[in-house]
Design a binder for this molecule. Structure first.
Ligand SMILES: Cc1cc2nc3c(=O)[nH]c(=O)nc-3n(C[C@H](O)[C@H](O)[C@H](O)COP(=O)(O)OP(=O)(O)OC[C@H]3O[C@@H](n4cnc5c(N)ncnc54)[C@H](O)[C@@H]3O)c2cc1C
Length: 267
């Protein structure tokens, strides 16, 4: 599942510090990271992804790779576990160049995942690092009817996409979140219809409700571009449904498995 990615030129690890950690709703935290090393950093908004480096429990300092481009990965893997940081991928929710800071919105899913556990304890001054991974939301010119689908891990990306969409955009958005209390007000084009789906303890795997809803939607409005991300089965399931059942061309669908149920991310 390797999507078309628009890479940036700033492919180096940037050391940062946590500036704030705010709980937005039962399942979401917004962590603000800042630092002078963000000078020259740019963000297109949209689903702009970064690798996030953060310390393992017990590490009193954060080791960061120094090699540019994809060489950082081998350099990191060569470190002993005692020095190697955790690495996970997140979306830049907002970048404020004047303040040299950016926000990431984390969904918490208990303490099993290192990132989910780290967010619960992250405090101002804690060290972190990012590596720019680019973005995948790449509709062609004139793709003015769109379908956006995601679970909670893709909520930050979809909110950013909607905030920068042209006012003329039309289409449908299906957003699945853990609880009704996680639903937010959305700033987006008036012609885009947003359907919130809250599991509210239904016990289903994240993404299953959104996949089911898309499959059973009577009319998806013949989207000219679709962007779907979240749990792997949601991403592949929506794509398969659109291609097999609705006759939509594969080239008009961007799909990303952001995480896999029951499997820890590598890093
Ligand atoms: C390009 C990209 C952008 C992303 N942007 C965001 C973002 O902005 N906000 C965000 O919250 N996530 C985002 N994610 C998803 C995030 O990277 C994964 O959820 C990641 O696996 C979390 O790491 P962890 O250490 O908490 O859990 P892991 O160590 O990776 O997993 C531990 C266990 O938790 C489960 N798990 C992992 N993620 C979730 C989840 N979201 N919900 C429920 N169970 C889960 C796994 O299946 C596994 O059983 C993004 C992923 C990608 C690839």
């Amino acid at each position: 599942m390797i999507p078309r990615v628009k890479r940036s030129r700033q492919r180096r690890v940037i050391p940062l510090q946590v500036r704030a950690n705010i709980q937005l709703s039962p399942s979401f935290h917004r962590v603000t990271f800042g630092g002078a090393a963000l000078a020259g950093f740019t963000s297109p908004g949209l689903d702009h992804g970064v690798r996030l480096f953060f310390p393992r429990t017990g590490q009193d300092r954060l080791w960061l790779p120094s090699l540019r481009n994809d060489a950082w990965m081998a350099e990191t893997l060569l470190q002993p576990t005692s020095r190697r940081p955790w690495v996970r991928t997140y979306t830049v929710r907002e970048f404020r160049p004047a303040q040299q800071e950016l926000d990431i919105e984390f969904t918490r899913h208990g303490d099993q995942g290192p990132a989910s556990a780290w967010v619960a304890r992250a405090r101002p001054g804690d060290p972190a690092g990012i590596f720019d991974e680019g973005y995948t939301y790449l509709p062609s010119d004139g793709a003015d009817r769109q379908l956006l689908v995601g679970d909670e891990s893709a909520l930050p990306a979809i909110l950013s996409i909607l905030e920068s969409a042209p006012v003329t955009l039309t289409g449908q958005v299906y957003l699945e979140v853990p609880q009704t209390a996680d639903i937010r007000r959305i700033a987006g084009p008036l012609g885009v219809q947003v359907t919130w789906l809250a599991r509210d303890g239904a016990g289903t795997i994240p993404g299953a409700l959104a996949l089911d809803t898309v499959r059973n939607a009577p009319d998806l409005g013949a989207p000219s571009y679709t962007w779907v991300a979240g749990e792997a089965k949601l991403a592949t399931g929506v794509r398969r449904h659109l291609v097999d059942e609705r006759g939509i061309g594969k080239r008009d669908i961007a799909f990303m498995g952001y995480w896999r149920h029951g499997r820890s991310s590598i890093g």
